[in-house]
Design a protein around this ligand. Structure first.
Ligand code: ADP
Ligand code: MG
Length: 245
């Protein structure tokens, strides 16, 4: 279990204010969906949380660990799936996962069994000796997800995990996300898939031009947006972001 507290986070890239005083907290075991138009600051926020980008100001505390002061300790309990995961295309799936497992300090005695269990769970056992570069987009994404979780993180950060996937693989990844959360892993994911956010997330954060426009369950977002009691999330989303203008 892991909880996250983000306070007054600001990130400037030169003149561009990518995040503007973001404050947000996520409870242990929650699935929180981060929604926002392109360029809203989603990837920037997630990169700061996982400790690969430094904010201009503000703090991020994960499970009592200050991510900015102790990035190494924080990284041990975090799994991160980047927006466009770069995989080593010249390695086989097994070689790549062994490499990641070693970097992540997974015990040698456990590594092979963990890899074969994961390949089975993701239904890609038959690809174990295929070169990563030869895989379909969906299989690559499954390998990237396995790579991000081999060290059994308690906190998962997924940047648009469904993007570019066919419907069957999307459904697979969705089920995997919800069953991972059921095991007690906290999940923070950015997505453009409003159905998924509506169906799986315990809470939704809407970010627009670097600011959190609203946070809550769908019902409270409907109220904030002055939307009808049965409004779908996409209507609420459009009301709360600049996409409506
Ligand atoms: P999102 O993931 O929501 O699409 P990003 O976090 O990628 O948004 O980008 C937020 C803003 O910061 C955008 O205006 C983007 O152009 C800018 N930005 C992102 N990364 C950089 C960078 N490395 N250098 C300069 N500007 C950046
Ligand atoms: Mg992004």
């Amino acid at each position: 279990m892991a909880d996250l507290n983000i306070q007054n986070l600001t990130k400037k890239y030169g003149q561009v204010v990518a995040l503007n005083d973001v404050t947000l907290s996520i409870g242990s075991g929650e699935i929180v969906g981060l929604l926002g138009p392109n360029g809203a600051g989603k990837s920037t926020l997630l990169k700061i949380i996982v400790g690969i980008l430094r904010p201009t100001s503000g703090s991020v505390v994960l499970d009592g660990i200050d991510v900015l002061k102790n990035p190494e300790s924080a990284k041990r309990i975090i799994g991160y799936l980047p927006e466009n995961a770069a995989l080593y295309t010249g390695l086989t799936v097994t070689e790549f996962l062994q490499f990641v497992g070693k970097i992540r300090a997974v015990a040698d005695s456990d590594l092979d069994s963990k890899i074969s269990e994961a390949l089975k769970a993701f239904d890609i056992e038959e690809k174990k000796n295929s070169l990563v570069g030869s895989l379909s987009k969906g299989t690559k994404q499954k390998v990237a997800i396995i790579a991000s979780t081999l060290h059994e993180p308690r906190f998962l950060v997924l940047d648009e995990p469904l993007s570019g996937l066919d419907p069957k693989t999307q459904r697979f990844v969705n089920h995997w996300i919800s069953s991972t959360a059921e095991k007690g892993v906290t999940v923070f994911l950015s997505t453009h898939n409003l159905d998924i956010a509506q169906d799986y997330a315990s809470k939704i954060a809407i970010i627009d031009r670097g600011k959190i426009a609203a946070v809550g369950e769908l019902n409270s977002l409907r109220k904030i947006a002055n939307a009808k009691y049965d409004a779908k999330l996409d209507d609420v989303f459009l009301k709360l972001t600049s996409e409506s203008s």
